[in-house]
Write a protein that binds this ligand. Structure first.
Ligand code: HEC
Length: 108
C-alpha cells in the first residue's frame, strides 16, 4: 500500500515537473513568422499597408496581453485569417516569444 502511494506520488511529481517544461523558441517563432505572417505584417518600403506593424508589439502602451494576442492569432481579426488549424499551441507560444523580441530577428 505504501509503495503504491509512493509510485503515485512520484508519477505526479514527474507530471508536475514537466508542466511548462517546454521553453518557447523565439527562433522557431521567427521562422514561422517569415512563413505565415511577414507577407502581411512586414511593410515594404514606400508602400502603405492597412496591416499593423508588429515591431515593438509588446512595448506598446498599454501592453497587449498574451491572451488577446493568442486570440487574434488563433481566430483572426476583421481581415486577418485564423491560424488555429495551421499552427499548434506550441507554434503560437513560439510566435509570441518571437513577438517579445520586438520582431528584431526579421525587421530592422
Ligand atoms: C492576410 C494578412 C495577414 C496575415 C497572413 C497575418 N495577419 Fe496579423 N493582422 C492582419 C490584419 C489586417 C490585422 C489587423 C486586425 C484585422 O483587421 O484583422 C492583424 C492583426 C494582428 C495582430 C494584432 C495587432 C494589433 O495592432 O493589435 C497580431 C498580434 C497579429 N496580427 C499577428 C499575426 C501573426 C503572428 C501572424 C502569422 C501567424 C499573422 N498576424 C498573419 C493581417 C494579417
Amino acid at each position: 500500500m505504501l509503495s503504491r502511494r509512493l509510485h503515485l506520488t512520484s508519477a505526479l511529481a514527474v507530471i508536475a515537473a514537466c508542466m511548462g517544461c517546454r521553453k518557447p523558441s523565439p527562433e522557431h517563432g521567427a521562422a514561422l513568422f517569415v512563413k505565415d505572417c511577414a507577407g502581411c505584417h512586414v511593410q515594404r518600403p514606400g508602400q502603405k499597408s492597412y496591416v499593423p506593424s508588429l515591431t515593438g508589439y509588446f512595448d506598446r502602451k498599454p501592453k497587449p496581453t498574451e491572451r488577446q494576442t493568442r486570440r487574434i492569432i488563433s481566430y483572426g481579426g476583421q481581415y486577418m485569417p485564423p491560424f488555429t488549424k495551421r499552427l499548434s499551441s506550441d507554434d503560437i507560444d513560439d510566435l509570441i516569444a518571437y513577438l517579445h523580441t520586438s520582431g528584431r530577428h526579421v525587421e530592422e
